[in-house]
Design a protein around this ligand. Sequence first.
Ligand code: G3P
Length: 220
Amino acid sequence: MRLFLDTADIEEIREINRWGVLRGVTTNPTLVAKEVDDPERVWKEILTEVDGDVSLETTDPEAGAMYEQGKRLAEMGANAVVKVPMTPDGLDAGKRLTDDGIRVNVTLVFSPAQAILAAEIGAYIVSPFLGRIDDAAADGMHALRQICEIYQMQGYQTNVLAASLRHPMHVVDAALAGADIATMPYEVFAKLVKHPLTDVGLQKFASDWEGLQEKLKEGA
Ligand code: G3P
């Protein structure tokens, strides 16, 4: 399962990139708006920093304009993936973009029925929003498992990207469900590496090592 960061903050991206595990980035209008900067500059910096897919989201709700915007976004970099929303216009624009050979990520997906539509237009990625399904008192992970099962049964090639992940167990369960990609905020990424027993073990190794150095010094 590829691990993506869900952010438009270049410093967060640079930090996680240093770990050698970052395979891509997803952005959306909310995340780009947080940067309070020219979106084109923000996107270009991310596309250059990341050696992997970077999703850039269209914002025009009308199919024709969304298609034109999607083409411009795709031209920003070889690693750009164009996000379109799960709406009739989004499907229309998304199909035209995939027909042009542009990689499309269908976003704001909340049900297996919507995921089938995304696969049928030949999307490169489908993005079910697990956390937001949970927020609506439903089971986001159940929806993800169903989508992965349907895609496998039907032989769909669209990559399943588990989005709106809120904690490390979401990431683990998404991997167990067979998701191809998991995207998460910096805070969740940072929690993946942490375990209290790692900290305790590290402290003990350090103090035992120090003890050995002292004994060797005393013996010298
Ligand atoms: O970027 C799409 C998705 O991951 C958003 O997550 O936390 O805003 O529901 P969230």
